[in-house]
Design a protein. Structure first.
Ligand code: DGJ
Length: 685
């Protein structure tokens, strides 16, 4: 972090981000790109020029944090109403605090007692800048916030950009889209009270020539698990900017005297190493700085959902557990169906104690059996939900999100608890804490199986539209409290698959269940999209019975081995031969899982993924032939990331050669129809 006069440069290992005050006192973005040799090389703030009487200076300038005020027609970061009804904010620089790798810029409204603090933190090892904003009401009268984004990011002007993002729906998440940005604003958002399957709060921008291995990429993500918005705008002055933050749709927040509002963090980075490097930067950052347990690899788990659905009891689970243990599974997870009255999806949610008919002696007998088999025990919960047919709902029908005059819309026969309410938070903390205290549970899958409707908060103490944010804060509180009380537990975030994967939830969840779609070929596309932002160790992937009989078991295992391997098929139906083969793959996976889960990931070609340990000594390549087109029955690949001078062996390929050799050759891995291959790479150094 360097500062001269009113000019600040945040430097990371390879990039720099600069901004400063111009002569007219506007806080103006100056530079975001490759780190330059000398501080004097960064450009000065642009001067304020209008454009005829139709565009004021702020329309032409690249302001760091534009507020709605004056002649502002592009997307502002801040929009609010003062108590007297004035809806115009005029921020002026007040002061700056400079810390190591961090700067805080304080702005104040020229008339009203309103302070806005812009926080910038450089994460040098990851070429990332973190930004968040705090608004403080220093006056007597309340202020109503209508929009408060975390940040606005400006990319170099006068060139066209492509925006990459992840879109989809339930069973079809994380589909990677890359599209040109043209004049106007492209909005990506969630209005679903969670980050959602629909769009994921991640982006990247490139200027056209970028590939997986080279070229500039500006990329980022928002650490928020509720409604969010990304506005990518190409202005009428040839500049491109991207705003990111909590969604302002149906949002309002009453900021009383002395109160402040702090946004979630938005992270963004710059690399010249192409999309691959951008992903690896995020992977490392998430593993090392975001995940609650840091960079750890995960156990091979078995999940009983697709085998038994709601028909769980000690006997059915024990039979599965015995086979799973024989395969080498390390963690047995009992999914939905275990709690009070839960026989189908219409009952029980909210009553988080063992069903007295299925588990008359509680969960202990099953857990002990699983532990005797040498496995840890995990459990499924869906805390935010309640079925109308449950003891909880009968006792507290008013605890759900609802409008009193409207019949609540059911999704999967369930309503959403109003997590904004402390009484709901306390109930969940108490029930889940009890469950975790009474039982030897090492893993919790936290599910959320519907999106919002009727977002009403009867008797809200303040502005009812705060519910969008207070819900997420309540969720974070409950989950955080449980984590603190039970630090040994590994948590998985699931929302009908990948409906809640974001840097906010990853402060609480160690893993994500990426999709309910477990068809191996569909999964490849889903996993590729996921890998743009998220690392392999958090990507839980099961081998199920989907594709059984259609695709080789090896293919299905290879797909799941690209992340954190799990098994989710009905093992009772698997033949001896299938079980033997599964055991072999699991054993093989355990040998390389650290490389896969914690190493660097390279997307070599569509359907070809390479992993390399951080010390560059061990690697694995997976290649998949996903079409029937046999005109080209080989994956043609070029390895990446090896040490050029070290000698490597690539399993199944003749000769030991220096890394430079392997990286310059196009290797052919023969693959028949729907075949796959896994090759280990070993350095001799
Ligand atoms: C949706 C999840 O994605 C599934 O894996 C399973 O846990 C079901 N919910 C259980 O209801």
């Amino acid at each position: 972090m360097d500062t001269t006069e009113k000019y600040w440069v945040l430097q990371t290992a390879n990039s720099a981000y600069a901004f400063g005050l111009n002569q007219a006192g506007y806080l103006v973005h100056c530079y975001w790109g490759k780190k330059l040799p000398d501080l004097s090389h960064y450009p000065p703030p642009a001067e304020s020029l209008g454009w005829a009487s139709f565009n004021g200076p702020t329309q032409v300038l690249q302001e760091e944090y534009p507020a709605y005020g004056g002649m502002c027609y592009h997307e502002p970061c801040l929009k609010l109403t003062f108590a007297d009804g004035v809806r115009d904010v005029l921020l002026k620089f007040d002061s700056a605090r400079v810390l190591e790798n961090e700067v805080v810029i304080s702005l104040r409204d020229v008339y009203y007692p309103l302070r806005v603090e812009l926080h910038y933190r450089a994460h040098p090892d990851y070429d990332l800048i973190e930004r968040w904003t705090e608004v403080v009401n220093e006056g007597e009268d309340p202020i109503t916030l209508k929009r408060i984004f975390s940040a606005q990011w400006h990319v170099p002007a006068n060139q066209p950009y492509h925006l990459s993002h992840l879109t989809g729906r339930w069973n079809d998440e994380f589909q990677l889209v890359r599209e040109p940005l043209t004049a106007g604003t492209k909005i990506l958002e969630s209005r679903r009270i969670t980050s959602s399957h629909h769009h994921n709060p991640w982006f990247s921008l490139d200027a056209g020539q970028t590939t997986e291995t080279s070229g500039p990429v500006w990329f980022g993500a928002l650490a928020w698990s509720g409604n969010w918005k990304l506005a990518a705008e190409v202005t009428n002055f040839g500049t491109t900017r991207l705003s990111l933050g909590i969604n302002d749709w149906d949002f309002a927040w009453r900021l009383n005297s002395g109160e402040s509002f702090v946004t979630p963090s938005a992270f963004a980075g710059y690399t010249e190493g192409g999309y691959g490097a951008a992903s690896r930067n995020l992977h490392d950052f998430i593993r090392e700085q975001v995940l609650p347990h840091g960079p750890i690899s995960h156990k091979v788990l078995y999940n009983s959902w697709e085998a038994t659905f709601f028909n769980v009891d000690v006997e059915s689970q024990s039979r599965l557990a015995e086979i799973a243990a024989g395969l080498g599974v390390e963690l047995f997870v009992m999914d939905d169906g275990w709690f009070n009255g839960r026989n189908d999806d219409a009952t029980g949610l909210g009553d988080w104690w063992p069903d007295p008919i299925k588990f008359p002696q509680g969960l202990q007998p099953l857990i002990q059996q699983v532990n005797r088999l040498g496995m840890e025990f995990g459990l499924w919960v869906e805390p935010e939900m309640v079925n109308p047919d449950s003891d909880l709902y009968r006792a507290h029908p008013d605890w759900i999100l609802h409008f009193p005059t409207r019949k609540p819309t059911l999704g999967r026969n369930q309503c959403i608890l109003n997590m904004a309410r402390p009484v709901v938070q306390e109930y969940l903390i108490e029930k889940l804490d009890h469950l975790l205290t009474e039982n030897n549970i090492q893993f919790i899958k936290w599910d959320m199986n519907r999106n919002v409707s009727e977002p009403g908060w009867a008797d809200a103490p303040g502005e009812p539209r705060e519910v969008w944010v207070r819900y997420v804060q309540g969720l974070y509180r409950v989950w955080g409290e449980l984590r603190t009380r039970h630090p040994q537990v590994i948590w998985q975030s699931c929302s009908g698959g990948g409906g809640r994967a974001d840097l906010g939830i990853l402060r609480l969840a160690d893993q994500v269940w990426v999709s309910d779609n477990t068809h191996a070929r569909d999964r490849l596309a889903i996993q590729t999209g996921f890998s743009m932002a998220y690392p392999a160790n958090i990507m839980e992937a099961w081998v199920t019975d989907a594709d059984r009989g259609n695709l080789p078991l090896a293919f299905r295992f290879h797909v799941s081995m690209c992340g954190s391997l799990g098994v989710g098929g009905n093992l009772l139906e698997w033949s001896e031969e299938e079980r033997r083969e599964a055991a072999d793959w699991i054993a093989r996976y355990k040998k390389v899982r650290d490389v896969i889960q914690l190493g660097d990931l390279f997307r070599l070609a569509p359907g070809v993924i390479q992993y390399l340990s951080k010390d560059q000594k061990r690697g694995v390549v997976f290649a998949f032939q996903t079409s029937k087109d046999q005109s080209d029955a080989a994956a043609k690949i070029q390895l990446q990331g090896l040490h050029p001078d070290w000698t490597y062996e690539v399993e199944g390929l003749a000769g030991n050669h220096p890394g430079s050799f392997w990286m310059s050759r196009v290797l052919e891995l023969p693959l028949g129809e729907f075949e796959s291959t896994m090759r280990e790479i070993q350095a001799f150094h």
